[in-house]
Design a protein around this ligand. Structure first.
Ligand code: SF4
Length: 157
């Protein structure tokens, strides 16, 4: 259901495609505690944070190679981390980084992406309140790779 939503959101608004960046991995610091946003009751922990004097950038590591553009689910996952960072540290990230095996991709956290994420979360919550929608598979791997893992109450972890 969530993946379906993400596909629909992309067609409606157009998500940022991302751009190749050459980031300094020595700047990446691990984060101990999950971030929490009480407004959307959202929790999650990016793999790394890049903390500079005036910005905090989330980094999400993917175990796959990027062949073309990032999946919508990866973009939404990164956007959710940007939202969590803003709520936690009162600093809105300008972008986040998806670290694929073959390259790093920066995805801008645009107002359109933020709104699309919020709309998706609201719609998901509204749908799940109206009826129980069961998970359609038993694959933990699929859930681990899913961008909605942090907001899904049926994730297998
Ligand atoms: S976390 Fe798992 S159950 Fe939840 S939407 Fe993703 S793939 Fe489906």
């Amino acid at each position: 259901m969530l993946l379906w939503l993400s596909g629909r959101q992309r067609r409606a608004t157009g998500l940022p495609a991302g751009r190749v960046v050459y980031s300094d991995h020595s700047e990446w610091g691990e984060i101990e505690t999950p971030l929490y946003d009480p407004t959307f009751n959202l929790t999650g922990k990016p793999d790394y944070l890049v903390e500079r004097s005036d910005e905090i950038i989330p980094v999400e590591v993917k175990s796959s190679r990027l062949k073309s553009a990032p999946y919508d689910s990866h973009i939404y996952q990164l956007a959710a981390y940007c939202l969590l960072i803003e709520q936690t540290f009162s600093i809105k990230p300008a972008y986040g980084i998806l670290n694929y095996v073959n390259q790093d991709i920066a995805v801008d956290y645009t107002p359109e992406l933020e709104q699309s994420l919020i709309d998706t979360i609201r719609e998901m919550r509204s749908l799940s309140r109206r009826r129980n929608i069961d998970r359609s598979h038993e694959s933990a791997n699929r859930c681990r790779g899913c961008g909605f893992n942090s907001v899904c109450d049926q994730a297998i972890n």
